[in-house]
Design a protein around this ligand. Structure first.
Ligand code: ATP
Length: 140
């Protein structure tokens, strides 16, 4: 059976995850509170939905409890990120990946049961620093 994915928050990070999953042949539901952001994904995602995911009823109506993996890519609005994650957990989503803004945000996300917490800017900064160093080692 094919896995079902949903991405909540279609900023640069969530949007890029959504596009890559689709490119890899996976079905993705794209969700954002902004009509404009959702409009940009109407022809990319299997379903593109305007919704405020801090509303538990909305999560139920979208049928998110049946999804195998939900990615929460709401960054700046930490309260919305936490509330969304908590309710996804409560309705029984199998696996939840969440983008954290800082270490405190990560701590709370882990406490409420996020399965995977990522810090894209921090991790990419580290990776690039290592790449710069390894290139320099080869250069000298
Ligand atoms: P990025 O750094 O990935 O580009 P961004 O700075 O564009 O992200 P963020 O504040 O990190 O924006 O939020 C990512 C997306 O999450 C935005 O498109 C925003 O509209 C969406 N979002 C914020 N709150 C909610 C919510 N309650 N329900 C659904 N989507 C939301």
């Amino acid at each position: 059976m094919r896995k079902e994915f949903a991405v909540i928050g279609l900023g640069r990070f969530g949007g890029s995850i959504c596009k890559e999953l689709v490119d890899q042949g996976v079905e993705v539901m794209a969700i954002d509170i902004s009509e404009e952001k959702v409009g940009n994904f109407a022809n990319i995602a299997s379903h593109a939905v305007v919704a405020d995911t801090t509303d538990e009823q909305v999560l139920r109506e979208l049928g998110l409890r049946n999804f195998d993996h939900v990615i929460v890519a709401i960054g700046d609005d930490i309260q919305s990120s936490i509330l969304t994650t908590l309710m996804l957990k409560e309705i029984g989503v199998g696996y939840i990946t969440v983008k954290a803004q800082n270490d405190y945000h990560e701590k709370v996300l882990r406490k409420i049961g996020a399965d995977q917490v990522v810090h894209p800017e921090r991790d990419m900064g580290r990776r690039i620093a290592h790449k710069i160093l390894s290139n320099n080692v080869l250069d000298y």
